[in-house]
Write a protein that binds this ligand. Sequence first.
Ligand code: ADP
Ligand code: MG
Length: 559
Amino acid sequence: TYRWCLTRGEAVRDAQRQPIRMLGSLTDITAHKQAEETSKDLRRHLELQIAEMPFGYIVWNAEFRIASWNPAAERIFGYTAEEAIGQHGSLLLPEALHSQIAEIWNRLLAGDQTAHSVSENLTKDGRHIICQWTNTPLRIGTGPIICAFSMVADITAQKQSEAVLAAVHEQIRQMQKMEALGQLAGGIAHDFNNLLAAILGNAELTHAKLATDHPAQPNLARILEASDRASQLVQQILAFTHQQPAHRTVQSVGPVLVEAGALLRATLPAGIVFTVTVDAATPPVLADASQLHQVLMNLCTNAWHAIGDRPGTIAVTLAPVMCTQPLLGFQTTLPPGRYVHLSVRDTGHGMDPETVQRIFEPFFTTKPVGQGTGLGLSVVYGIVERHDGVLLVESQLGQGTTMHLYFPAVEALAPADAQPVPLEGRGRHLLLLDDEVLLVEVGQAKLEARGYRVTGCTSPTEAVNAVRADPGGFDGVVTDYNMPEQSGLDVARALAQIRADLPVVLVSGYLSPTVQAEALAAGVAALLPKPVKASQLAITLARLFDAPPQAEAATRERP
Ligand code: ADP
Ligand code: MG
């Protein structure tokens, strides 16, 4: 066999210094040699493993300089081994942490064993990342630190998804809060609505009974005005809490703007110049007037907040536009065509691009707690979307803001209010049903003033019996929806059994999509929000009795 040997020897010489023999030793070192090979193999293997490790592997010398740097570290931080080795640890830290370097290094050294930490780090291309570190200092006995090993992983993505998850949880929490608030507000709004209807109705009656030059007339006018505003407030609450579906009819936007403008002008501080400019040539759109009203209120309130206590201008304009290019919204693109352009411009503080990006998010607000809900623009956005419209924001910090809304114009149809409808009851016999005796009295008086004959009821059974007793004796029924005994829908169904062609108008403080669908199925002729103004009810009744039915059922053609 062959063996590895270590040979040592010396020549032995005679008196003339001639070598006469060799003297020495021969040691068999085969085992030692093999151990050395194994160790070399191990080392090569370890280096390979470190190179292929999914974690960054960094060795620091005693001066916190990089002594070893694997490919994963290069992938995380962007520096090659050549660039990194010899560099100080501050290379990987953002500027803001440089003052803490001594502390970071000491913490690393202080750990006798392995220590874990999470820190913000800086890459070669200037990105801030979040890393998880596992650090092990190396010392021999109780001597000084010789070096330290670190394993590092980039956990930025994980941290970000955690942050997103936390934000979603927060949103859910907020939504639950809003849901609870909504139920509470909805309940109050319902009762409040009935009281309001009584106030509004009695004021209208008194207004009609007194001579036009009676000294109390201006006071009555204020009561009517305030009740109107209160009723709009209730509608806002109901819309916030229920996201009311749009009840769209062919509608001129101009009158809505003028009406809402008058309300706003009364509220805005004197330092704000408020103008409404309507181009008379603006075509009608298919819209829900109360929702358009709400859009304008929300946009102008924001404009007012942006101006604050300083003097400023809010300008509302309405004009037709012909778009030759598709209209680009945030999520939708509308085809070229004729649009109605509504803009609200303010000279307020404006917004930076980051804010603009987020303003439609529900609950996004830059206003202090108690002042902003962050719901205004998300409601606006929802309404514009439900109207097949597009919303664009033009804003610069310090330069003010303009909100542009585009709604497709209804070309084929004439505005509904262009055809005058006769409002006279001409002795038609109506059955009026509401569980609130106050509202029956008010309604009765109002309808009688318009030439109707009215039989008032406060109980559904009583109403159904009245029709059963004389099916041909009535021309129509106006019923409340929410009643303790039976709902207005039950009444409508019962009446349909007796006389299918008897028109029923359903009145409710809030018409949920379910109620609307059920009402449609039950053959209800019209739905009206509560409190109903006499004029509104008269128009609806006149349409039912006198106008051809297609006036209401307008469908829109895309231009
Ligand atoms: P809120 O008014 O309750 O804060 P909004 O959804 O109405 O909620 O608006 C969200 C945010 O958008 C506001 O907090 C504000 O920062 C910004 N914003 C909206 N309209 C304007 C505007 N006209 N000028 C400047 N900032 C605005
Ligand atoms: Mg707002």
